[in-house]
Design a binder for this molecule. Structure first.
Ligand code: GLA
Length: 362
């Protein structure tokens, strides 16, 4: 009888230990699991930080924010003599109030530019001198406003051409200024806030042809003494890209220049990478099957293992959007197609991939 009672007591004890463990697991967020590695961030809109369910999740899981769109040139500087600060200010204030760091995104990009930027009052394209002056005014004003509150800036975004046989993208920035606009953007940002960590940020950087071209640009900047400190691997990935080998090669190659590396816009699409807009093809579905979920789970586990292995050079990992409830990949580039690229589902619950990312034994 005594033996039976003892057994029962031991089982009870064991159960409560297991329960406690499970509770303490869910009490931790991504930022806690990764506290000895790097900050874990998320891209947000001003709306995201007003919604209580999202706010709770953000504060539980993340310790860094990137404004998804609010600091891009078109939204923040819609007219030459007018800035729109409301959304950007709200995100920075929210971060400050809750002790989160902020990455600024971005200062110079060929997309989401305001209509006035490349044109003079006569409607003609501006000269290089005028455009560089506008760039300087923009960067100085924006960086100054958030000095001491934004610790890192994506200074130049996506300056490499999509065509693998070409080097720099033939954007209006390039057509008007030649390649000078890149170095100048870094100089202006550094002048405005010498303490900010300055990034070049781009996508598909794990593909060998793109990696080489990004490296060529970075090396040129570093050799010329341009104040660049780090490189952002955007990481808009998919189920079969990048390979572990290509990811490691990119991290090693970029960091060999003495630059820090951050994963700045992570998501793992359940579809292969494509860029041109189109509509759904007949018979094409957007079902999130268990098989796709499993593959995504494995990919997440694989890339986070690499991030942990290279924690000495990786200084941050940021997800691009909070949950599968809303992602920029819905309808992009395929109209009418839903995507499921993140660690939280449409009800903001942790997906299987979440548990793989925080399981360091894998
Ligand atoms: C690029 C930009 C981001 C964002 C994504 C799509 O990666 O750097 O700001 O626009 O495209 O959301």
């Amino acid at each position: 009888m005594l033996k039976k009672q003892l057994c029962f007591f031991l089982i009870l004890q064991l159960c409560s230990v297991i329960q406690l463990k499970a509770q303490s697991k869910s009490a931790e967020g991504l930022k806690d699991y990764y506290k000895n590695y790097f900050p874990i961030g998320v891209a947000v809109s001003a709306h995201d930080i007003k919604d209580t369910a999202e706010v709770k999740l953000i504060l539980h899981e993340f310790n860094s924010l990137t404004p998804e769109n609010a600091m891009k040139m078109a939204p923040i500087h819609p007219e030459e003599n007018r800035y729109y600060w409301k959304d950007a200010d709200a995100i920075v204030a929210f971060a400050q109030a809750n002790g989160l760091r902020v990455r600024g995104h971005n200062l110079c990009w060929h997309e989401q530019t305001p209509p006035w930027l490349f044109k003079g009052a006569d409607g003609k394209q501006v000269t290089k001198d005028v455009l560089l002056k506008r760039l300087k005014d923009h960067i100085t004003t924006v960086v100054n406003r958030y000095k001491g509150k934004i610790y890192a800036w994506d200074v130049v975004n996506e300056a490499i051409d999509d065509d693998s046989t070409k080097f720099l993208r033939n954007s209006l920035w390039y057509q008007i200024c030649g390649e000078d606009f890149i170095a100048k953007a870094f100089e202006y940002a550094h002048e405005a806030d010498p303490k900010a960590i300055l990034f070049y940020n781009d996508y598909n950087t794990e593909r060998p042809e793109k990696r080489e071209r990004v490296y060529r640009l970075l090396k040129k900047l570093v050799d010329a003494g341009v104040p660049i400190n780090a490189v952002g691997i955007q990481a808009h990935w998919s189920l079969d890209e990048p390979s572990q080998q290509d990811l490691i090669a990119t991290i090693k190659k970029f960091s060999s220049l003495g630059l820090k590396v951050q994963v700045t816009e992570l998501d793992i699409s359940i579809y292969p990478w494509e860029k041109n807009k189109r509509t759904l093809r007949p018979g094409e579905t957007d079902a999130y099957t268990p098989e796709l979920e499993k593959k995504q789970d494995e990919k997440y586990a694989e890339v986070f293992k690499v991030f942990r292995d290279y924690k000495n050079v990786i200084s941050g990992v940021t997800f691009w959007n909070i949950s599968d409830k809303r992602t920029w990949l819905d309808d992009y580039p395929v109209e009418g197609r839903k995507n499921y690229p993140l660690l939280f589902d449409q009800q903001l619950q942790r997906k299987k991939a979440y548990w793989s990312v925080v399981d360091f034994k894998q």
